[in-house]
Design a binder for this molecule. Structure first.
Ligand code: ADP
Ligand code: MG
Length: 261
């Protein structure tokens, strides 16, 4: 399914955060975004501490910073970086590849390349308040053509800089506490969490592209021919009995409209 040009442009120009519990659809969504950015001539890097084979198709796999640097020199537009399983090493490797990206952005012949770096399970690399490669991308990256996508399981796990410097915020189901959500100005999300936690609403997400508007979006579809999803007319409980209409946690139940991106 194609994401809209406007949405992709936002993802390519400004930093993003993607939050959601395990198996809520974060990496699947990221894969679609990166593939479509590749189609628009962005160079993408998928930093994958999980070494997930489902996402190996996102580019040439690199296991060391030097292999990565070599691919940058070759202007390879699609790279997957698989860091060491050791925490200390993976943090250092992320810092090294960030340095290489910044070095490249100053080199003649490389300056015009627009790059998007998606870091999966970013909590494995970044502790709150540390000043490292991630901090650098989110503070000065956009100005030199390096845009970040930070992916993690809870809003609480994101460092302040990533959150505040990301215009695009995409939230799948989360279990962040209401008190915590308030500290991130997400009061409006608190009563909608129930909707996303409902198993009938798997892979739905809540998002903004930074204009102050938040929207609920149905799952992106894998079908290439259509971007509309037919809603089932009846919804079953786990036991197979139809739910009473009044208890359906549909978008309309929350007085919201559905939007396409
Ligand atoms: N929109 C979607 N439509 C169909 N399947 C999806 C969708 N989003 C995710 N999935 C599937 O659900 C599983 C979990 O998704 P994933 O993105 O890996 O979760 P996360 O990264 O949040 O842990 C994967 O098998 C993925 O293929
Ligand atoms: Mg994932």
């Amino acid at each position: 399914m194609k994401l809209s040009g406007a949405f992709l442009e936002n993802m390519g120009k400004r930093h993003s955060v993607i939050v959601g519990m395990t198996r809520s659809g974060k990496t699947f969504f990221t894969k679609h975004v990166l593939q479509q950015l590749q189609d628009q001539n962005y160079h993408t890097i998928f930093f994958d501490p999980k070494h997930d084979d489902d996402y190996a198709s996102l580019g040439t796999i690199c296991n060391t910073p030097l292999q990565f640097y070599h691919q940058l020199l070759k202007k390879n537009p699609a790279i997957v970086y698989r860091p060491s399983p050791k925490k200390e090493d993976r943090v250092n490797e992320l810092n090294r590849i960030t340095e290489f990206l910044f070095t490249m952005s100053n080199k003649d012949g490389f300056k015009r390349i627009k790059r998007v770096v998606a870091i999966d399970e970013i909590q494995l690399m970044v502790k709150k308040g540390t000043n490292d490669g991630v901090e650098t991308i989110w503070t000065v990256g956009a100005g030199i053509g390096v845009v970040g996508i930070a992916i993690t399981q809870r809003i609480q796990l994101l460092n302040e800089t990533c959150w505040s410097q990301s215009e695009n915020k995409i939230i799948f189901k989360t279990d962040d506490r209401p008190e915590y959500l308030k500290t991130r100005n997400l009061d409006h999300y608190i009563d909608k969490r129930e909707f996303f936690l409902d198993t009938d609403n798997k892979y739905w997400f809540y998002y903004t592209t930074g204009n102050g508007k938040w929207r609920i979006r149905e799952p992106i579809s894998t079908a290439s021919t259509s971007n509309t999803i037919s809603k089932p007319t009846t919804t079953k409980t786990r036991k197979g009995n139809p739910k009473p209409i009044s208890s359906l946690k549909t978008v309309e139940h929350f007085g919201l409209k559905r939007w396409d991106i």
